[in-house]
Design a protein around this ligand. Structure first.
Ligand SMILES: NC(=O)c1ccc[n+]([C@@H]2O[C@H](COP(=O)([O-])OP(=O)(O)OC[C@H]3O[C@@H](n4cnc5c(N)ncnc54)[C@H](O)[C@@H]3O)[C@@H](O)[C@H]2O)c1
Length: 595
């Protein structure tokens, strides 16, 4: 029989603590909610009220239940109020000395059988536990932000934690409607160890002005279907908390440079720009504690500064006969462009023609397109087998797959064939766009248009500007993306652009974690989907993308950055060598035969 917890304490009612109070009180548990001052207590009480009022307004909580919830919470200043509780969850700022002091005090104040839990994200639970005389009754209970919404709780068991204490808190998590993943005491546990390298990298890209705030967040939301972009997420977490977590992870996690907090983070914390809680972080909010973003001096104008000078595009050439080229021919045709599809020969043209027709027919069946529009789209497409047909198009999109040098040769030919002023775009992500651009005599007109596969479904295009790309070329690309109904994210010419540069190192880190035996593939996938709201966990995603594709992308990032932390995980290399490439081959991290 698991132990009953009828009365619990929560210490610290900031971003996390107020949410944790709500989780307990919503589930019928009495809570003593503690702060260190009256003003902080009032802020905690207001946060709880705001959150429950929002739940009522959204129809997720009845008014009577909200009132009952509040009646279960006893707000108090000082730890002495905790002498009656069965469990305490501490959620004060991420400083080891502070937490150790609080635990020593809790040990003195609480009954001998009270379980003491910390919500720390990165500090050693063991270091905190040994500040008490009951280290066997100390665990990590790591809730995710926002606590009332996120299903996951990481239960951290130290080498001293008693087995029954772990069983009891796991049962409590189930009663709270949460999914517990129990793990050992390692910096960042599962989710933060995978999340914070990514968040910090995103800050560095922004700090280096490689991409704007809005484009960076849009890239990850649209390109990876994440619930929030990294900068918006940092504002939600709190920049001070994020800074401390990174700092600790750097010190505890093997001094991986990727965890050394980006200088901008420290500057923002020093300046009091802490995110939502202070009303301003990477974005500006209408008031402290609010989630409503208001315009500020970084907000892009409705018409981007470089919108002027976009050239008119009515005829588009698409080179290639693979999946991406097929998707693009259909996409441009539907959007009203005259399309010239250039393939390697009549047979390929027949193949791609059939595929485009099938996909448009499918759209008609699904009700997304009417028959007349399909016929008009098909009528706008002409099929060709030689580049000469591209002499008078306004935009060429190259989507060929080939070996080294293929793109350069192709662009050199386009330079001879195409009229002046044509925008020449490569969809390749395997080599720097500038190498393709310099194969022509008109590098100012060359850029990358990186459509995230499947192009017909993902609403994002990375517009890759080289050091030679002109403002008119960028403006033209933006306008074309808008006409296609796609969000354009403008970025520099670095390996992985935005999405892949942020996505693949995270996936690689997940493989390393699995390889180290810290958690299972299921545990890691659960942590990211239930703790961070990701649509799929890293292993499900790797099996879908293809392990060979992930390995190639990771190798490119490593080659360019020489960053030791980006070296491909040996397990990933081995699986690829073994032919376990993911769903396509029936086996990757999981066995897909028979599923
Ligand atoms: N912010 C997140 O997204 C997140 C997610 C999971 C875990 N955590 C962890 O939760 C903990 C709290 O982080 P946060 O972001 O909620 O911090 P926060 O700064 O928003 O809130 C901390 C609260 O603790 C209070 N406090 C400070 N000293 C106290 C004391 N002696 N007694 C009582 N209250 C005291 C402060 O007044 C403040 O209200 C940290 O360990 C953090 O790593 C944070």
């Amino acid at each position: 029989m698991a132990r009953e917890f009828t009365r619990v304490g929560v210490v610290g009612l900031g971003t996390m603590g107020a949410g944790i109070v709500e989780v307990f009180a919503r589930n019928g548990v009495d809570v003593v909610a503690v702060e260190n001052s009256e003003p902080a207590l009032a802020r905690g009480r207001a946060t709880l009220a705001r959150s429950t009022d929002r739940a009522v307004a959204r129809g997720k909580l009845a008014e009577a239940d909200r009132d009952a919830l509040h009646s279960r919470v006893d707000f108090q200043v000082g730890l002495d109020a905790l002498h009656t509780v069965d469990l305490v969850v501490e959620a004060v700022p991420e400083h080891l000395d502070l937490k150790r002091r609080i635990f020593a005090e809790l040990d003195r104040v609480c009954r001998p059988d009270t379980i003491l839990a910390t919500n720390t994200s990165s500090l050693s639970v063991t270091d905190i536990a040994v500040a008490t005389n009951r280290p066997q009754q100390v665990v990590g209970l790591h809730f995710f932000n926002p606590a009332p919404v996120m299903k996951l709780v990481e239960v951290v068991r130290t080498v001293i934690t008693a087995a029954e204490v772990v069983d009891d808190v796991e049962a409590l998590c189930a009663r709270l409607g949460k999914v517990a993943v129990t793990i050992g005491d390692r910096a960042g546990f599962i989710a933060n160890a995978l999340l914070f390298g990514y968040l910090n990298h995103a800050v560095s890209l922004f700090e280096a002005r490689y991409v704007t705030r809005e484009d960076l967040d849009a890239a990850m939301r649209l390109g990876c279907r994440l619930p929030m972009g990294p900068l918006a997420l940092l504002d939600l977490i709190g920049l001070d908390t994020a800074y401390e977590i990174l700092n600790t992870m750097y010190r505890r996690g093997g001094r991986d440079r990727r965890h050394a907090p980006a200088p901008l983070l420290r500057q923002m914390v020093t300046a009091g720009l802490l995110g939502r809680k202070s009303g301003r972080g990477f974005y500006t909010y209408d008031k402290p504690g609010s989630s409503k973003v208001v315009p500020d001096e970084w907000t892009p104008a409705a018409t981007p500064a470089d919108a002027d000078g976009a050239r008119e595009v009515t005829r588009v050439g698409v080179i290639g006969a693979g999946t991406l080229a097929t998707g693009l021919v259909g996409l441009f045709g539907r959007a009203g462009y005259q399309v010239v599809s250039v393939t390697g020969g009549a047979e390929e043209s027949t193949g791609i023609g059939g595929a485009v027709r099938d996909s448009l027919d499918e759209e008609v069946r699904r009700g997304g397109l009417d028959g007349a529009d399909r016929d008009a789209a098909l009528a706008r497409i002409t099929w060709a087998a030689t580049l000469d047909q591209l002499a008078d198009v306004d935009l060429v999109v190259e989507a060929v797959t080939g070996g080294p040098g293929v793109e350069q040769t192709l662009f050199a030919s386009l330079d001879e064939i195409c009229k002046p002023g044509v925008l020449l775009a490569t969809t390749s992500s395997s080599l720097p766009v500038i190498e393709v651009a310099m194969a022509t005599g008109r590098p100012a007109d060359v850029l990358g248009l990186h459509f995230v596969d499947p192009a017909a479904a993902v609403p994002l295009v990375e517009v890759v500007r080289t050091v030679r790309t002109s403002a008119e070329a960028t403006a033209t690309a933006r306008a074309v993306c808008a006409a296609l109904g796609r969000t354009a994210v403008v970025c520099g010419d670095r390996a992985g652009f935005v999405v892949d540069a942020l996505l693949f190192p995270y996936l690689n880190d997940a493989v390393r974690m699995l390889e180290a035996g810290y958690a299972t593939a299921d545990g890691i996938d659960h942590a990211m989907t239930l703790g961070c709201g990701y649509p799929t966990g890293p292993f499900a995603l790797l099996d879908a993308i293809g392990l060979d594709v992930a390995l190639a992308a990771q190798r490119a990032l490593y080659r360019e950055s020489r960053e030791p932390g980006l070296a491909p995980a040996p397990l990933l290399e081995h699986l690829v060598t073994a032919g376990y490439l993911g769903r396509g081959t029936g086996r990757g991290f999981r066995d897909h035969t028979g599923r």
